[in-house]
Structures are given as structure tokens and as C-alpha cells.
Design a protein around this ligand. Structure first.
Ligand SMILES: [Zn+2]
Length: 301
């Protein structure tokens, strides 16, 4: 299957009360592990690429070539979106030109009017090309108040203004944090999430910083309108732990244990296990075949 926009998969997720995972990729092993797991579990998936990872993997065109090749060679039939994560305006344009099927423009650090203006321009471009667009609204409070444990929360009225531009999905702070969560973290602000949901209506909401949020909070966030959850750090930790264990056990020094295909295998398997665990938690497992199975029922009406 060719790369698809994230629009349909997220609208289905919102309606079906589950979330699609965005898993960031760093190299071939990462990409293969995520795609194979999505296919095995019959789950839609979003491959996230940060601008830094884009440079690391030799540019967006290299990534598009690698992902498209894998979709074909691995016979991937579940919906896959290739998505720029936290893109700048120029980065977004570069990914559109390179063939990404989904873009995040993160104008959250810009003055609100500038975020609004640049997001508007990209809405028009993406609409013409059938590419999904994620926008982000800046945080209010947070570290300025000296309360890191709270995370950052967005203003629901600003969320509505950005959502009304016609973006596909919207990222807004609800107390979530990127990377590892501090010990004094107060948890997600469901009050903020509910207020944003009320203002933005049908807009699929995106939860960033999915690593380390307790399962019950993830489930509650999904029930309140979160349809996309970003996972990055957790796969990195899974890869690191398994690779460390392999080397500490001296396996790289036994036989042909130095072969990169052997050396990277435990990390690869651990990424697969992590992606599986997340897809199960998010409720996206089996939703691709489920869609097929429901056709006869709906057509009877
Ligand atoms: Zn993020």
C-alpha cells in the first residue's frame, strides 16, 4: 500500500474511541520494526521523523525512498503515514516536496499571530496535495511559573482558532512533557483536555510525550478525544536496554555475535515489543481488519 494521509485513520480512531500511535524512526531497523508490528497487529501507524532524525538519515528523500521500499518489499497493507514531527515552516515545505504524506508544523513557540498565519498557508498547500497537517498551540504557564511538575497547558480559545483553520489534527499541551517525566509530575490535566475538546469539536487531538504516562491516564485521554499519541523516548530506551544486555552478556564476542545483524537484533525485537504494547494500550490493534469486517453489516441497512 502507498503512503497515506493520516486524516482517515485519525477520524476513524476518534469515532472508534482509540488512538493511532506515532512512533518516531531513527534508522532502517526502527522503521522495519514498527512497520512489521503494525502489519502483524493489523493496526494503522504513523512514522514520525524529527528534523534532527531527518538529517541523521541523510535527508527526507532518503527516508521516503526507504519507507516506500519497505512498504512494498514487506507487503505492508495497513495504512501508513510518513509524518514530519515538530517541523519548522521550511522543514514542512521540504518534506512536502520530498513526498511525506503528513506534516506537523510546530509554530507553538512563535507569537500566536505568526503561528496562525504560517499554519494557514500550510493548510492550503496540504489540502491541495492531500497531505494531513498537524498544528500545535503554544503553552500557557508551565516553567515560567516555576512549576515544572505541571507540564504545559494550552489555551482552549487559541486551540479553537487554530482548529478552525482546517488542520487535520491538533497538538495542545495538557500537562504532558517530552522525554522522561519528572518525579513531581502532577499528571495530565483532564480539565484542560475537556475544555479544548469542547471548543474544537470533532478535531482529532494529539498527545505528545507519550512515554511514561500511566495507562489509566492514556485511556482517559483517549476517551476525551485524543486520537493520536506520540511515542519516541520509550522505543529508544527499549533499544538501549536490549543492546546493553547483549553486550554486557558478552554475546558480541561469541562466534559471529559482532555481525551487526546479530548485534542490533535484540534492540530491534525490543522495539517491536514496545510498539505492540503501545498499540494494545491505544486500542488500535485489529482496527484495520475490523473495518473490513464491518462492511457487510453496514451495507445491510
Ligand atoms: Zn512532540
Amino acid at each position: 500500500m502507498a503512503l497515506v494521509s493520516a486524516k482517515d485513520m485519525l477520524n476513524k480512531a476518534r469515532d472508534g474511541k482509540y488512538a493511532v500511535g506515532q512512533f518516531n524512526i531513527n534508522n532502517l531497523e526502527w522503521t522495519k520494526a514498527i512497520l512489521l508490528t503494525a502489519q502483524e497487529l493489523q493496526s494503522p501507524v504513523i512514522l514520525g521523523v524529527s528534523e534532527g532524525a531527518g538529517k541523521y538519515m541523510c535527508g527526507y528523500k532518503t527516508i521516503v525512498g526507504m519507507v516506500k521500499g519497505m512498504l512494498e518489499e514487506l507487503n505492508i497493507t495497513v495504512p501508513v503515514a510518513l509524518h514530519l514531527d515538530h517541523g519548522s515552516y521550511d522543514g514542512a515545505k521540504a518534506c512536502i516536496n520530498a513526498g511525506f504524506s503528513s506534516i506537523m508544523f510546530d509554530g507553538s513557540h512563535l507569537p500566536f499571530d505568526e503561528n496562525l498565519e504560517k499554519t494557514t498557508k500550510l493548510v492550503n498547500t496540504c489540502e491541495v496535495l492531500g497531505i494531513s497537517l498537524e498544528a500545535e498551540v503554544g503553552a500557557i504557564g508551565g516553567e515560567e511559573d516555576g512549576v515544572v511538575g505541571k507540564g504545559e497547558c494550552a489555551d482552549p480559545d487559541e486551540c479553537k482558532q487554530i482548529a478552525d483553520l482546517g488542520v487535520t489534527m491538533l497538538a495542545a499541551g495538557i500537562g504532558n512533557i517530552h522525554g522522561k517525566y519528572p518525579e513531581n509530575w502532577e499528571g495530565l490535566s483532564f480539565e484542560t483536555l475537556a475544555a479544548i475538546k469542547e471548543k474544537t469539536g470533532d478535531m482529532p487531538l494529539v498527545l505528545h510525550g507519550g512515554t511514561g504516562i500511566p495507562a489509566d491516564q492514556i485511556k482517559k485521554a483517549i476517551s476525551l478525544g485524543v486520537a493520536k499519541i506520540n511515542v519516541n523516548t520509550e522505543c529508544q530506551l527499549a533499544f538501549q536496554e536490549a543492546t546493553r544486555a547483549y553486550i554486557e552478556a558478552g554475546k558480541d564476542q561469541q562466534g559471529k555475535g559482532f555481525d551487526p545483524r546479530k548485534l542490533l537484533a535484540p534492540g530491534f525485537e525490543n522495539i517491536k515489543a514496545t510498539v505492540k504494547e503501545k498499540m494494545e494500550l491505544f486500542g488500535s490493534v485489529g482496527t484495520v481488519s475490523y473495518t473490513h469486517l464491518t462492511h457487510p453489516t453496514t451495507s445491510r441497512v
